[in-house]
Design a protein around this ligand. Sequence first.
Ligand SMILES: [Fe+2]
Length: 190
Amino acid sequence: MYWKPFNINCDFDSGVLTPPGNLVVRHLSDMKGFYQDAEAFTTLLGQNPKIYEYYNVIIPEEPGHLQHCTSILMPGRVGDEYFMSKGHFHKKTDTAEIYVTYRGNGILLLQTPEGHCEYLHMYPGSMSYIPPYWAHRTVNTGSNPLVFFGVYRGDAGHDYGIIEENGFAKIVVEINGIPTVVDNPKYKQK
Ligand SMILES: [Fe+2]
């Protein structure tokens, strides 16, 4: 049968969707092992700040549909490393995604399965294309929340495991007050 058309209201400033759909919240405690500086991580864990959240519109996980969501990534750092999302490949690896940034400044890290890493700047109005097969992670390099919209194929799914285990080949750190993309010293090419 036909799926009924519908509107969702999106607040471009906060990223909040109404109705909220499925809201997922990630705190620092959900990201053990993701950051370089274990000591800074442990210290900050006392406050356990919210790192990011996303509002998923409820859509069937079927190829003809389009999943879409807004993400809100908080400003902050663990040591020198900026707050970031976990990052993922799509379960169906040949599916693309588009991010449209509404607010804030950040870096979108992208990586092939072979470990080739590239990055794009995110800023209000940037429309970033994540081609099929690339893992993707967002990093907030600004002092305000990074708010962006994402849309991808209905059945794409998420695979967090590979990144959780091995990370990205690049990390984003503050050096002399400037967001800088550097090699990840812990990254091992498989
Ligand atoms: Fe994705």
